[in-house]
Design a protein around this ligand. Structure first.
Ligand SMILES: O=P(O)(O)OC[C@H]1O[C@H](OP(=O)(O)OP(=O)(O)O)[C@H](O)[C@@H]1O
Ligand SMILES: O=c1cc[nH]c(=O)[nH]1
Ligand SMILES: [Mg+2]
Length: 208
């Protein structure tokens, strides 16, 4: 099942706070940051571990370390930037691949205006971050870019997903798992998620 609803009580509580119409930019940013941390825990729960021996104060001790492939985090500009520090706070050695996608308001198709990827994507796990999965056009375009560079383990973290976007993502990239803090009811006639959050980019950056 590519889209996984995260049902942790802290996630459910914070998503509820995020829906408040009168929320300030500061509060929206803070909650987005906190939710990104919580989603990161869920999306990395199966990372492989390896044993190592270190010098502990009491003598040699066997510990566990993260093993295997390195991670790249890919924020989808702009709104994905609101989740970046939350992910990097838990995975500080991750490298960041940036993609700028703006949804055309008439066609709802994503238009790419920036792409700066790290190297060796075929050896990395990718965590794409974006608060909103609406039609999923933006997420699918970001995954297309990563797969074209050979990335084989792509994961996505979103705050709110619409059923229409989930269906489109599952059809386009059935191998990609997506962790969502909430799955909402539907899209409206102009492609906004209902009940949703409104325009996440505007709320994070203070634009209208
Ligand atoms: O699933 P989709 O239908 O593609 O819609 C979701 C996209 O729309 C929003 O970005 P937007 O294009 O508004 O850009 P912004 O982050 O700069 O505000 C959002 O952050 C997603 O990237
Ligand atoms: O509901 C939506 C849909 C797309 N982008 C947003 O920021 N919000
Ligand atoms: Mg926007």
């Amino acid at each position: 099942m590519p889209v996984i609803a995260v049902t942790h009580p802290l996630v459910r509580h914070k998503i509820g706070l995020l829906r408040e119409a009168a929320i300030s930019n500061k509060q929206f940013r803070e909650l987005t940051h906190e939710l990104a941390c919580l989603l990161t825990c869920e999306a990395t729960a199966d990372l492989p571990m390896q044993a190592a021996t270190i010098a502990c104060w009491s003598g040699p001790v066997q510990i566990e370390q993260l093993a295997g492939r390195k991670i790249t985090v890919m924020p989808i500009l702009r709104a994905g930037l609101g989740m970046l520090e939350g992910v990097l706070g838990l995975i500080p050695t991750a490298q960041v691949s940036v993609i700028g996608l703006a949804r055309n308001h008439a066609t709802l198709q994503p238009e790419c205006y920036c792409e700066k990827l790290v190297d060796h994507l075929d050896e990395r796990i990718a965590l794409i971050i974006d608060p909103m999965l609406a039609t999923a056009g933006s997420m699918i375009a970001a995954i297309d870019v990563l797969k074209a560079q050979g990335c084989t383990d792509v994961r996505a973290l979103v705050l709110v997903a619409a059923p229409e976007g989930i269906a489109a993502l599952e059809a386009a990239h059935p191998d990609v798992r997506c962790w969502a803090a909430a799955i909402d009811s539907r899209l409206d006639e102009v492609g906004y998620i209902i009940p949703g959050l409104g325009d996440a980019g505007d709320k994070i950056f203070g634009t209208v």
